[in-house]
Design a protein around this ligand. Structure first.
Ligand code: AMP
Ligand code: ZN
Length: 450
């Protein structure tokens, strides 16, 4: 599996540092509002990434933070006159509901910033001990960018040559250098009841320290992979590296990946530009989560994607075409022509997640299956859908059934492929006893609660 590493600016093989497990940190939402589909482009890209890792037989441990304290959440809570935790809970819940609607696999850990203030304070203390942080007159604590020699290595900016200019411009700031960024922000009256006690007085953590502290807590000081939208690359990810590496003296992250923006009429979709759709907006207009997912994943993640309703129309038609074909597909050993399409599919996803090429392989399979009037190609559709998540969307019982029931269903599918009808019926009856109703169709077995 090869991916483009933003740090080295090269295509490299993604290999686990340990335990056949890719440890992955993905910057998550600021829970002050409903996420827009631009944000979901980033989360859908990360979902495809984790699915391709698993497709290749590796395991994933993914951590996605929830930013539940910052300027926007505090402003929102204080304006609404509710406690910060009550305010953010609404949007946390909405976020998880939206992920489900897009068939995005859940991360292994969703740490919330407000549950990790002690870890962040400990990290800032470490940076103070090492002499790379200072408290300014306003009480806030800043990271001293010029004390970290590697600063700029992710963004590929040589800050050394720009230093003098920065220092002159910094005169009017509390900071020693304009590039210095806040690790801890001193309490201000507009923060209202929000604040935590720290060695530097009452205040709250900066945004960047949140991700360094929580990623290292759950994934260790050095881990495999860190991702986000391209707007996160600088300064957010650059600052994460500076904080982590200055504190531990170790390499922070081996591979960095960033997705390009979802745009509207050529402009980045964003809350501040006002040119955004939330997932709810589109669902209210009658679009399905499955169709929206199709549009988000059917583009190369490093290419800008322009959002248009035509694309949703096309997705609807393409999915209908896939559905009609899948209905004619049967269980059994896949013929060679289908395996060839699967091999092309695997090559495409392993070539830096080339999803347009992967979809081309899927449509070649559809075309050939139609030409054969069907055939034993269900296993190939299923294997492709492990990555795409759009073919059996909402139909696959796999996600909702417990492991023991799934094991029985697998055994039953095996018995049926060997035409062992007695065994097939025995397992169906045993599942019925357990409260599960199994139905058979050409597309395989489906299961539901009785
Ligand atoms: P935010 O809530 O703004 O911190 O964004 C959460 C995630 O969505 C980050 O990984 C951002 O880089 C990403 N993001 C924000 N806007 C877009 C967009 N228009 N297209 C793609 N990703 C985006
Ligand atoms: Zn982050």
């Amino acid at each position: 599996m090869n991916v483009y590493n933003s740090l080295t600016r090269r295509i490299e093989e993604l290999k686990p540092l340990a335990d056949n497990t890719i440890r992955l940190y993905t910057c998550g939402p600021t829970v002050y509002n409903f996420a827009h589909i631009g944000n979901f482009r980033a989360y859908a890209f990360e979902d495809v990434l984790r699915r391709v890792i698993q497709f290749n037989g590796m395991k994933v441990k993914q951590v996605m933070n929830l930013t539940d304290v910052d300027d926007k959440t505090i402003r929102g809570a204080n304006a609404a006159g509710v406690a910060l935790t009550d305010y953010t809970k609404t949007y946390k819940d909405a976020f998880f509901a939206d992920l489900g609607k897009l068939n995005i696999q859940p991360a292994e850990v969703y740490p919330a910033a407000t549950d990790h203030i002690p870890e962040m304070i400990a990290l800032v203390e470490k940076l103070m001990e090492k002499g790379v942080a200072y408290q300014s007159e306003d009480g806030s604590v800043y990271f001293k960018v010029r004390e970290f020699p590697g600063y700029g290595k992710l963004a590929h900016i040589d800050f050394d040559s720009q230093r003098t200019g920065l220092r002159c411009a910094a005169d009017e700031y509390d900071k020693e250098n304009v590039g210095d960024f806040a690790l801890w922000k001193a309490w201000e009256p507009s923060d209202g009841p929000v604040g935590w006690d720290s060695p530097w007085g009452r205040g709250r953590p900066g945004w960047h320290i949140e991700c360094s502290a929580m990623s290292m807590k759950y994934l260790g000081p050095t881990f495999d992979l860190h991702t986000g939208g391209i707007d996160n690359l600088f300064p957010h990810h650059e600052n994460e590296i500076a904080q982590a590496e200055a504190a531990t003296g170790k390499e922070f992250v081996r591979t960095w990946m960033h997705c390009a923006h979802l745009r509207v009429n050529g402009e980045k979709m964003s809350k501040s530009a006002g040119n955004f759709f939330t997932l709810r907006d589109l669902i209210d207009k009658g679009w399905l989560g499955r169709e929206i997912r199709y549009v988000l994943v059917n583009a190369h993640y490093r290419t800008g994607l322009n959002f248009a309703f035509d694309a949703l129309e096309d997705a609807r038609k393409s999915l209908e075409r896939i559905d009609r074909c899948v209905e004619t597909a049967t269980e059994g050993e896949a013929p060679e022509w289908a395996s060839a399409h699967l091999a092309a599919f695997a090559d495409a996803v392993n070539d830096d997640l080339n999803l347009p090429k992967a979809f081309a392989a899927l449509f070649a399979l559809v075309r050939d299956t139609n030409a054969h009037g069907g055939g034993p190609v269900l296993s190939v559709f299923r294997r492709m859908d492990e990555v795409l998540g759009v073919i059996f969307f909402g139909k696959s019982a796999k996600a909702e059934v417990p492991a023991d029931v799934q094991a029985m269903l697998d055994a039953r599918a095996e018995a049926r492929s060997q035409k062992n009808w007695a065994e097939s019926d025995r397992i169906r009856d045993a599942l019925a006893e357990m409260g599960w109703l199994v139905k058979d169709s050409k597309a395989g077995q489906t299961v539901s609660r009785k």
